[in-house]
Write a protein that binds this ligand. Sequence first.
Ligand SMILES: [Zn+2]
Length: 277
Amino acid sequence: MDLVKADLHNHLKTGGWFSRINVNEVIDKARKRLGSGGVLGVVNFSPTRRYEDFASFPGYERQDFGNALYFPNQDIIVVKGEEMETILPSGEQVDLLALGMNKGQHPKPRRTLDDRLKEIKEMGGILGADHPFHKDGIGPFLEIHKGYLGKFDFLEVHNGECALWLPGYAKANEKALEFFNHVRTQNPALCNTLGKLVSSDGHSIYEIGRSNMSLPSISLRNRDSIVSSLRNGMVYAANENLPCKRHNSYDGAVDHIAKWVYLKVARKTKIFPTGCL
Ligand SMILES: [Zn+2]
């Protein structure tokens, strides 16, 4: 079985930041870090449309599968993702990560957990718990409501930007991996359905592929074969303990937070440099 490297959770830039995404620069970096057959997830965070922007910008020749782009000359696949605010029964808000929906299809913001699970299934995507024990993670809810784990396709056991300590969120990646191993031992049926994700969650070009995981190569027959390759691949990666690279992206996380704070202040004070937003 051929293995490829994947980094499935990247935003390419902080939402609203001035820079325009350069397609060729992204693909060159993905090819350098992930190699031939590499898979990069480009993830929107509502209301941003980073994947759709990326897909519409000029650059290397590509084949469009609806939910993914294949760049044949560089042998790189870019898959669409959406990170979405989701509301728990307690009213608390968490983030979830979906992969593989079609271009132009956007999950509704702030849906309840049950509606979110249904919505992503109907859109033909897969749903996972990203940074479960960091800010806005669903981990503490899943610790109590373990029955929900059977409804998820994957759990993110390493997120590059979670390396940054925030008050109340120490050792978030260590907790996620420990929880993942624990629930799979406690409930072996999850070994057939719950995959693992190791990602950068980068907001820059330089973070692309810094954290990555191995997967069986992706079947490019059609949009559905891409989704099932990802779903089965993340389960296989966990069961076979395939190699992965866990990078702690302290610089990326600080860079992202600084830009995010700057944009918040700029919006409040209405001081926008030319080209912003
Ligand atoms: Zn993210």
